[in-house]
Design a protein around this ligand. Structure first.
Ligand code: FAD
Ligand code: NAP
Length: 313
C-alpha cells in the first residue's frame, strides 16, 4: 500500500500535521516517531506561552493528549527511526532503521532541531532546571532577577537583549574578545546598561541543589575563577538542525537547505521538491516555539490534502 502521507517526527509539528491530514479526509497517514510522541517540549518542566493554557503545566502535560486526538481520526503511529527519505518518480521512499521501506505520495517532515551543549560541568544535570536554551520560553521565570547568557553569536546577543528587558541584569559570557554577531547588534548590546560583558571567559561549572541552579563559576584566559550567584543560565552556542533524514546516499540533500542546514520552504511549508513539506524548528526562519511548529503542521497538512487529491484524481 502507498501511504497518502508519511509524517516524519511526532513533535508539535508532526502531531498537528497528523490531526489535520486525517481529519481532513486522508485515509492512509502514518506518523513515524523514534521515541514517545510529544517532541522536545516534553523535557520542559513548565510552559506558559501556549495560548489558552493557563495555570502551571509541564511540557509533558501539554503534549499528553495530542497523540490520542490524532488517533481518533485514524492517524497510525510507527515507533521507528527514519534513516532516509528519498524520491523515485512520484513516490517517496521512507527508509526505516529496521531495514524496511514504506512508500508515500507525500511527506511532511518535522524532525526538529537540537541546541548544542556548551560542555561545562552541571550543564546536563541542570538543563530544564535553571540551565535553558530558550529565552522566549524561560526568560519570564527570571523576571527582575540576574541571569547569565553564554555565547557570542547573533542568537546569544539577540537573546541577551531580549532578557535585558525582563531581567535586572544579564552577564554575557563569551570565550573571545570579538563577537560573531552583526556589528549593529554588538553595538546595541554594548549600549545596554544592564548587560555586563565577561569576555575571554568560559563557563567552568554550574552548581545548585534540588531546587535548581544557585550559581556559575566562570574561568578567564588566565585561569582566574569568578563565582556569579544566579538562578538562570542561558546557553546559545549554536544549533543543529535534525536534517540527516533528508541526506541522500551521495551526500546531497533531497531538497534545498541553507548553510545552517535549515530546510528552505515557502509560505505553504513546501520545499523545493514537489510533495515534500518541512515544518517546525527545522525550517528556515523558524521561531522555535510549540505554537508556530503546530501552525506549520496545520498549513502543510492542508496543502498535502489538495496535493494528494490532484495527484490521484
Ligand atoms: P520537536 O519538538 O523537536 O519534535 C521532533 C520529533 O521528531 C521528536 O519527537 C524526535 O524524536 C522526532 N525525530 C527526530 N528525528 C527523527 C527520525 N529520524 N525518525 C523519527 N523521529 C524523529 N516552546 C514554546 O513555545 N514554549 C516554551 O516554553 C518552550 N520551552 C522549551 C523548553 C525546552 C527545555 C526546550 C528544549 C524547548 C522549548 N520550547 C518551547 C521549544 C519547543 O519545544 C520547540 O520549538 C518545538 O517542540 C518544535 O517542535 P517540532 O515538532 O518542530 O520539533
Ligand atoms: P553561532 O553563530 O555558531 O555562534 C555560536 C557562539 O557560541 C559563538 O560565539 C561561539 O564562540 C560560541 N560557542 C560555541 N561553542 C561554545 C562552547 N562550547 N563554549 C562557549 N562558547 C561556545 O550560532 P548562533 O548564534 O546560534 O547563530 C547561528 C546562525 O544563525 C548564524 O549564521 C547566525 O548569523 C544566524 N542567526 C542570524 C540572526 C539574525 O540575522 N538576526 C539571528 C540568530 C542567528 P566563537 O565565536 O568563539 O566560535
Amino acid at each position: 500500500m502507498i501511504l497518502d502521507c508519511a509524517i516524519i517526527g511526532g513533535g508539535p509539528a508532526g502531531l498537528t500535521a497528523g490531526l489535520y491530514t486525517t481529519r481532513g479526509g486522508l485515509e492512509n497517514v502514518t506518523m513515524y516517531e523514534k521515541g514517545m510522541p510529544g517532541g522536545q517540549i516534553t523535557s520542559s518542566s513548565e510552559i506558559e506561552n501556549y495560548p489558552g493554557v493557563t495555570g502551571e503545566i509541564s511540557g509533558m502535560d501539554l503534549m499528553m493528549p495530542w497523540p490520542k486526538q490524532c488517533q481518533k481520526f485514524g492517524l497510525k503511529h510507527d515507533m521507528v527511526e527514519i534513516t532516509r527519505v528519498s524520491k523515485d518518480g512520484d513516490i517517496f521512499k521512507i527508509h526505516k532503521a529496521d531495514g524496511n521501506i514504506d512508500e508515500a505520495y507525500s511527506v511532511i517532515i518535522g524532525t526538529g532541531s537540537s541546541p548544542r551543549r556548551a560542555g561545562f560541568t552541571g550543564e546536563d544535570e541542570f538543563i530544564g532546571r535553571g540551565v535553558s536554551t530558550c529565552a522566549t520560553c524561560d526568560g519570564f521565570f527570571y523576571k527582575g532577577q540576574e541571569v547569565v547568557v553564554i555565547g557570542g553569536g547573533d542568537t546569544a546577543l539577540e537573546e541577551a537583549l531580549y532578557l535585558s528587558k525582563i531581567c535586572s541584569k544579564v552577564s554575557l559570557i563569551h570565550r573571545r574578545e570579538e563577537f560573531r554577531s552583526a556589528p549593529n547588534t554588538v553595538e546595541r548590546v554594548k549600549k545596554t546598561e544592564n548587560i555586563e560583558l565577561i569576555l575571554n571567559s568560559v563557563p567552568d561549572e554550574v552548581y545548585g541543589d534540588n531546587m535548581g541552579v544557585a550559581g556559575i563559576k566562570v574561568k578567564n584566559n588566565n585561569g582566574e575563577i569568578r563565582d556569579i550567584s544566579v538562578t538562570g543560565v542561558f546557553t546559545f552556542v549554536g544549533n543543529d538542525i535534525n536534517n540527516e533524514t533528508l541526506k541522500q546516499e551521495n551526500g546531497s540533500f533531497l531538497c534545498d537547505v541553507n548553510k545552517q542546514g535549515q530546510v528552505m520552504v515557502d509560505i505553504n511549508m513546501a520545499t523545493s521538491v514537489s510533495g515534500l513539506y518541512a515544518t517546525g524548528d527545522m525550517r528556515v526562519d523558524a521561531p522555535k516555539q510549540v505554537i508556530s511548529a503546530a501552525g506549520d503542521g496545520a498549513v502543510a497538512a492542508l496543502k498535502v490534502i489538495s496535493f494528494v487529491d490532484e495527484l490521484l484524481n
